[in-house]
Design a protein around this ligand. Structure first.
Ligand code: UDP
Length: 236
Protein backbone atom coordinates (compact mmCIF):
# COMPACT_ATOMS: atom_id res chain seq x y z
CA UNK A 1 0.00 0.00 0.00
CA UNK A 2 1.25 3.46 -0.81
CA UNK A 3 -0.07 5.54 2.03
CA UNK A 4 0.54 9.27 1.82
CA UNK A 5 0.64 9.30 5.61
CA UNK A 6 3.47 8.35 7.92
CA UNK A 7 1.61 8.77 11.21
CA UNK A 8 -2.16 8.79 11.66
CA UNK A 9 -4.58 9.21 14.53
CA UNK A 10 -7.71 7.11 14.34
CA UNK A 11 -10.78 8.02 16.37
CA UNK A 12 -12.89 4.96 17.18
CA UNK A 13 -16.26 5.61 18.80
CA UNK A 14 -17.22 3.30 21.65
CA UNK A 15 -20.40 2.26 19.85
CA UNK A 16 -18.34 0.51 17.17
CA UNK A 17 -17.13 -2.03 19.72
CA UNK A 18 -20.68 -2.84 20.81
CA UNK A 19 -21.59 -3.99 17.30
CA UNK A 20 -25.30 -4.74 17.26
CA UNK A 21 -25.55 -4.89 21.04
CA UNK A 22 -26.55 -1.73 22.91
CA UNK A 23 -23.89 -2.13 25.62
CA UNK A 24 -20.40 -3.49 26.10
CA UNK A 25 -17.90 -5.08 23.77
CA UNK A 26 -18.85 -7.62 21.11
CA UNK A 27 -15.73 -9.75 20.37
CA UNK A 28 -16.34 -10.08 16.61
CA UNK A 29 -16.58 -6.31 16.18
CA UNK A 30 -13.59 -5.69 18.45
CA UNK A 31 -11.51 -8.13 16.43
CA UNK A 32 -12.67 -6.67 13.11
CA UNK A 33 -11.58 -3.18 14.18
CA UNK A 34 -8.27 -4.54 15.50
CA UNK A 35 -7.61 -6.40 12.23
CA UNK A 36 -8.14 -3.26 10.13
CA UNK A 37 -5.78 -1.30 12.38
CA UNK A 38 -3.15 -4.05 12.35
CA UNK A 39 -3.32 -4.24 8.52
CA UNK A 40 -2.46 -0.55 8.26
CA UNK A 41 0.26 -0.77 10.90
CA UNK A 42 1.84 -3.80 9.21
CA UNK A 43 2.22 -1.64 6.09
CA UNK A 44 4.49 0.65 8.10
CA UNK A 45 2.04 3.43 8.99
CA UNK A 46 2.41 4.61 12.59
CA UNK A 47 -1.01 4.41 14.23
CA UNK A 48 -2.28 6.21 17.32
CA UNK A 49 -5.85 5.63 18.46
CA UNK A 50 -8.33 7.49 20.65
CA UNK A 51 -11.37 5.51 21.66
CA UNK A 52 -14.67 6.68 23.12
CA UNK A 53 -16.96 5.02 25.63
CA UNK A 54 -20.46 5.38 24.19
CA UNK A 55 -20.83 1.58 24.50
CA UNK A 56 -20.28 1.83 28.26
CA UNK A 57 -20.97 5.26 29.61
CA UNK A 58 -21.62 8.83 28.45
CA UNK A 59 -21.27 11.49 31.12
CA UNK A 60 -23.86 13.86 29.74
CA UNK A 61 -26.62 11.24 29.69
CA UNK A 62 -26.00 10.26 33.30
CA UNK A 63 -25.55 13.84 34.54
CA UNK A 64 -29.08 14.45 33.27
CA UNK A 65 -30.29 11.93 35.88
CA UNK A 66 -28.71 13.85 38.77
CA UNK A 67 -25.11 12.59 39.08
CA UNK A 68 -22.83 15.62 39.12
CA UNK A 69 -21.25 16.19 35.73
CA UNK A 70 -17.63 16.01 36.85
CA UNK A 71 -18.19 12.59 38.47
CA UNK A 72 -20.18 11.38 35.47
CA UNK A 73 -17.42 12.48 33.09
CA UNK A 74 -14.79 10.70 35.17
CA UNK A 75 -16.91 7.56 34.83
CA UNK A 76 -17.02 8.15 31.07
CA UNK A 77 -13.25 8.54 30.92
CA UNK A 78 -12.85 5.30 32.87
CA UNK A 79 -15.02 3.66 30.22
CA UNK A 80 -12.49 4.73 27.59
CA UNK A 81 -9.76 3.02 29.64
CA UNK A 82 -11.70 -0.26 29.55
CA UNK A 83 -12.17 0.03 25.78
CA UNK A 84 -8.52 0.96 25.27
CA UNK A 85 -7.30 -2.10 27.17
CA UNK A 86 -9.60 -4.33 25.12
CA UNK A 87 -8.61 -2.81 21.79
CA UNK A 88 -4.88 -2.77 22.53
CA UNK A 89 -5.00 -6.42 23.53
CA UNK A 90 -6.97 -7.33 20.40
CA UNK A 91 -4.39 -5.51 18.24
CA UNK A 92 -1.61 -7.51 19.94
CA UNK A 93 -3.50 -10.69 19.08
CA UNK A 94 -3.42 -9.58 15.43
CA UNK A 95 0.38 -9.66 15.61
CA UNK A 96 1.16 -5.97 16.21
CA UNK A 97 2.82 -4.58 19.32
CA UNK A 98 0.48 -2.19 21.14
CA UNK A 99 0.66 -0.02 24.25
CA UNK A 100 -1.95 1.94 26.20
CA UNK A 101 -1.15 5.43 27.49
CA UNK A 102 -3.70 6.95 29.84
CA UNK A 103 -4.44 10.64 30.39
CA UNK A 104 -5.77 9.62 33.83
CA UNK A 105 -2.80 8.37 35.83
CA UNK A 106 -3.27 4.76 36.93
CA UNK A 107 0.18 3.16 36.91
CA UNK A 108 -0.98 -0.38 37.58
CA UNK A 109 -3.24 -0.22 34.51
CA UNK A 110 -1.38 1.73 31.82
CA UNK A 111 1.57 4.02 31.19
CA UNK A 112 0.76 7.65 31.91
CA UNK A 113 0.34 9.68 28.72
CA UNK A 114 3.08 12.05 27.73
CA UNK A 115 3.54 13.07 24.12
CA UNK A 116 7.23 12.26 24.45
CA UNK A 117 6.68 8.67 25.57
CA UNK A 118 3.84 8.06 23.13
CA UNK A 119 5.88 9.35 20.17
CA UNK A 120 8.83 7.18 21.20
CA UNK A 121 6.52 4.13 21.28
CA UNK A 122 5.16 4.99 17.80
CA UNK A 123 8.72 5.25 16.48
CA UNK A 124 9.44 1.82 18.00
CA UNK A 125 6.56 0.32 16.02
CA UNK A 126 3.90 0.13 18.73
CA UNK A 127 0.28 0.91 17.95
CA UNK A 128 -0.45 3.51 20.63
CA UNK A 129 -3.89 3.59 22.25
CA UNK A 130 -4.61 6.83 24.11
CA UNK A 131 -7.02 6.19 26.98
CA UNK A 132 -8.83 8.60 29.29
CA UNK A 133 -9.78 11.20 26.67
CA UNK A 134 -8.24 14.59 27.45
CA UNK A 135 -8.19 13.69 31.15
CA UNK A 136 -10.65 16.54 31.80
CA UNK A 137 -14.41 16.63 32.25
CA UNK A 138 -16.65 18.60 29.84
CA UNK A 139 -14.69 17.36 26.83
CA UNK A 140 -15.36 14.54 24.39
CA UNK A 141 -13.14 11.92 22.87
CA UNK A 142 -13.50 13.72 19.51
CA UNK A 143 -11.73 16.70 21.06
CA UNK A 144 -9.22 14.33 22.68
CA UNK A 145 -8.59 12.82 19.22
CA UNK A 146 -7.83 16.25 17.70
CA UNK A 147 -5.63 17.14 20.69
CA UNK A 148 -3.64 13.90 20.64
CA UNK A 149 -3.23 14.07 16.86
CA UNK A 150 -1.66 17.51 17.21
CA UNK A 151 0.46 16.59 20.24
CA UNK A 152 1.76 13.47 18.49
CA UNK A 153 2.49 15.28 15.18
CA UNK A 154 0.10 13.06 13.24
CA UNK A 155 -0.38 13.84 9.55
CA UNK A 156 -4.13 13.32 9.65
CA UNK A 157 -7.05 12.48 11.93
CA UNK A 158 -9.35 9.74 10.64
CA UNK A 159 -12.93 9.71 11.85
CA UNK A 160 -15.03 6.71 10.91
CA UNK A 161 -18.81 7.28 10.99
CA UNK A 162 -22.02 5.65 9.82
CA UNK A 163 -21.93 7.65 6.57
CA UNK A 164 -19.22 7.96 3.94
CA UNK A 165 -18.25 11.56 4.53
CA UNK A 166 -19.58 15.02 5.28
CA UNK A 167 -22.90 15.92 3.60
CA UNK A 168 -24.48 19.32 2.96
CA UNK A 169 -27.27 18.25 5.37
CA UNK A 170 -28.15 15.09 7.32
CA UNK A 171 -28.50 12.52 4.48
CA UNK A 172 -30.98 10.48 6.53
CA UNK A 173 -33.39 13.42 6.79
CA UNK A 174 -32.56 15.08 3.45
CA UNK A 175 -32.17 12.50 0.64
CA UNK A 176 -31.03 15.24 -1.78
CA UNK A 177 -28.05 16.20 0.44
CA UNK A 178 -24.72 15.99 -1.37
CA UNK A 179 -21.39 14.67 -0.11
CA UNK A 180 -18.37 16.98 -0.11
CA UNK A 181 -15.08 15.68 -1.49
CA UNK A 182 -13.36 18.44 0.47
CA UNK A 183 -14.77 21.07 2.80
CA UNK A 184 -13.23 23.79 4.96
CA UNK A 185 -13.23 23.73 8.77
CA UNK A 186 -15.16 27.01 8.78
CA UNK A 187 -17.90 25.63 6.56
CA UNK A 188 -18.31 22.57 8.77
CA UNK A 189 -18.45 24.75 11.89
CA UNK A 190 -20.55 27.53 10.31
CA UNK A 191 -23.14 25.14 8.87
CA UNK A 192 -23.12 23.05 12.06
CA UNK A 193 -22.56 19.85 10.08
CA UNK A 194 -21.94 17.91 13.31
CA UNK A 195 -19.60 15.15 12.25
CA UNK A 196 -17.41 15.90 15.26
CA UNK A 197 -17.95 18.50 17.94
CA UNK A 198 -17.07 22.11 17.28
CA UNK A 199 -14.18 22.14 19.78
CA UNK A 200 -12.51 19.32 17.84
CA UNK A 201 -12.89 21.12 14.50
CA UNK A 202 -11.68 24.42 15.97
CA UNK A 203 -8.58 22.76 17.40
CA UNK A 204 -7.89 21.05 14.07
CA UNK A 205 -8.40 24.31 12.16
CA UNK A 206 -6.14 26.35 14.42
CA UNK A 207 -3.36 23.80 14.06
CA UNK A 208 -3.78 22.86 10.38
CA UNK A 209 -4.69 19.22 11.12
CA UNK A 210 -6.61 17.63 8.22
CA UNK A 211 -9.54 15.33 9.09
CA UNK A 212 -10.78 12.51 6.88
CA UNK A 213 -14.36 11.37 7.47
CA UNK A 214 -15.24 7.93 6.07
CA UNK A 215 -17.75 5.11 6.52
CA UNK A 216 -16.72 2.49 9.04
CA UNK A 217 -18.37 -0.21 6.95
CA UNK A 218 -16.60 0.74 3.69
CA UNK A 219 -15.56 -2.50 2.02
CA UNK A 220 -12.11 -1.03 1.24
CA UNK A 221 -11.46 -0.73 4.99
CA UNK A 222 -8.97 1.54 6.64
CA UNK A 223 -6.29 0.62 4.11
CA UNK A 224 -8.64 1.84 1.36
CA UNK A 225 -9.24 5.11 3.18
CA UNK A 226 -5.51 5.78 3.37
CA UNK A 227 -4.79 4.96 -0.26
CA UNK A 228 -7.79 6.94 -1.51
CA UNK A 229 -9.88 3.98 -2.74
CA UNK A 230 -12.67 4.43 -0.19
CA UNK A 231 -15.23 7.26 -0.40
CA UNK A 232 -14.55 9.98 2.13
CA UNK A 233 -14.51 13.73 2.77
CA UNK A 234 -11.36 15.65 3.59
CA UNK A 235 -11.89 18.54 6.00
CA UNK A 236 -9.00 20.96 5.86
N1 UDP B 1 -15.05 12.24 28.55
C1 UDP B 1 -14.57 13.32 29.29
N2 UDP B 1 -13.46 13.99 28.85
C2 UDP B 1 -12.79 13.66 27.72
C3 UDP B 1 -13.29 12.59 26.94
C4 UDP B 1 -14.42 11.89 27.37
O1 UDP B 1 -15.13 13.65 30.32
O2 UDP B 1 -11.78 14.30 27.39
C5 UDP B 1 -16.18 11.45 29.05
C6 UDP B 1 -17.55 12.06 28.77
O3 UDP B 1 -18.40 11.77 29.88
C7 UDP B 1 -18.00 11.28 27.54
C8 UDP B 1 -17.45 9.91 27.82
O4 UDP B 1 -16.19 10.16 28.46
O5 UDP B 1 -19.41 11.24 27.44
C9 UDP B 1 -17.25 9.04 26.61
O6 UDP B 1 -16.66 9.76 25.55
P1 UDP B 1 -17.46 10.06 24.17
O7 UDP B 1 -18.88 10.46 24.48
O8 UDP B 1 -16.65 11.03 23.38
O9 UDP B 1 -17.44 8.62 23.49
P2 UDP B 1 -17.90 8.16 22.02
O10 UDP B 1 -19.16 8.90 21.68
O11 UDP B 1 -16.82 8.49 21.05
O12 UDP B 1 -18.09 6.66 22.14
Amino acid sequence: MASAYKRILLKVSGEVLAGDQSFGIEPDFLNAVARQIADVAKDGVQVAIVIGAGNIFRGMAVAADGTDRVTADLMGMLGTVINSLALSNAISRQGMKSKVFSALTMPSVADSFTARAAKAALDEGFVVVCAGGTGNPFFTTDTAAALKAIELDCDVLLKGTKVDGVYSADPKKHPDATRYETVSYDEVIGRDLRVMDTAAFALARDNGLPIIVYALDDKEGLVGVLNGKARSTRVG
